[in-house]
Write a new protein. Sequence first.
Lengths: 263, 326
Amino acid sequence: MIANLKFIALLIKLKLSHMMVFRLSFFGAFFSDAALFVMQLAAFQAIYGQVDAIGGWSRGQMLIFIGTFSMINGLSMLICFFGIVNIPDKIRGGDLDLYLTKPVNPLLRLTFENINLGSAPLLFLSGGIVAHGAAVEGAAVTMPLILAYSALTLLMALLYYDIDLIMRTLPFFFIGTNAINRMTDALVILNFRVPGVIYKGVFKVLFWFVLPYGVMATVPTQALTGALTPLGLLYALGIVALFTAFALRFWRFGLSRYKSASS
Amino acid sequence: MNIIHTSHLTKTFRRFVKDPGLRGSVKSLLKRKYTDKTAVDDFDLSVEPGEFVGLIGPNGAGKTTLVKMLTGIVAPSSGEISVLGYFPNKLENAFKMQYAVVMGQKSQLFFELTPADTFRLFKELYRIPDGDYKRNVGYFTELFGVSEFMDVQVRTLSLGERMKMELITALLHNPGVLFLDEPTIGLDAAAQRQIRAFLREVNTQKGTTILLTSHYMEDVRSLCPRSVVINGGKKLYDGSTESLFDAYQTHKKITVAFDRETVFEAPPNAEILERNPYKVTFMIPKAESGAALSSVMSRYTPSDVAVEEEDIGAVVERIYAGGGAL
């Protein structure tokens, strides 16, 4: 465990060193992610400024929801997204060979080797939106509530990682998966804009169980506003445990099917 | 005791095939067709500690697949395999701590950073104690004469310097077995010579067992007392490298270049491989190469002459035709 943490710390240091080689992109990264966030916020304002409630959720709840989704997305981009997004290319091109021959879990290395410091401001901006939403909502925010919200947000970031990992593992079995990845990207954008509580019927099955993007920002928002039921909490914990177990097993199964690539 | 052992080792890949054209593509959407390709076929191999073994074969012979099975990258389809007492594809860290692999066409260096940065990562990966790390970095950089490049961006190094750094990276943790897949590919003659000298030193001084695959006959000939020839996934020859070359490398390749247009008359028994008014390349039996060269030099005024060993493909074909027996 300590060895793994030391290894992760070194990966982060090396990535930072790598980023600092390119001065423009190093400083530019902080502005580009923040600018994207501001644009998303402007789009949100243009749409939700016209309505008072969506699916029974007030404007304050929607602000918390948007901030939460943005925070989950930011955590993913800060820590692991740019590492695991390359997995399909590494599988197809045989570059996974070099990871498999090193005495460290290849998934650990892939997950942490491409942190993106440029996404860090996104977390602060998202936190600001959540705080603003809580104020608009008039929520009685206590320290235990903040801790519960933070823990659930981290768990949902793990769920986001799990789904991403499952999708990036598919090339072990199918070479062309770009269409599936584009589809899931589109589903993320959809779920970034609407709370999971509005889904009914088949959409509820799809976004609460098959690809549970609908759960991600919804559950922490419910926790912060006191709307989360014990059953909802149990469901959220269960779905994270289920997807984490499945993602890791699927990855290991994929590795056993790895064919490398001819040189 | 054998450090590497395989018995009836076989690897079969399933390959997607389709009829040509759009019609074939549409058909393949509805009904997939696959064909099996046996990359390594019923392969037996035993290597003892400290050996330096050359693995020879043309493109697609199965060399790389064999190395990938030995390093655990791909799982065998059937047969037995043991490296350092482990089943490689279990990918146990205890196993991976004891070997290293260098693939000539895949770099493990950070291109934008310095070799020292990559070395630090490997120090952590292999949990190399500080003392061993400093000693090994000093020893290998000195041996290769690359100390001055430790803090230079890898991207700016020449191909030869990069390969030296790759080898140092692989050897930092004192692996018991080193797998080398085409380590001299694309390098100039001087860099190839340096790398050969380095590998010889590592094998003799550190006792590292080395399995080398290479297209360059000179790599195998000068480094490996023992050679294994593979073609079509099957082992054709396993024995002394010297005997192999004596028996099967029967021809020399001679290239003669001219400054002006020349009508060249080939020596007797020469097989012309390439001819234009400024350059001729031909093969000639080894025993007649000296006489042929003298004849060329006396009759023409070439601007350049190169005498090379036969390429690996021709030798393997000859072994194959001869049934692999010496």
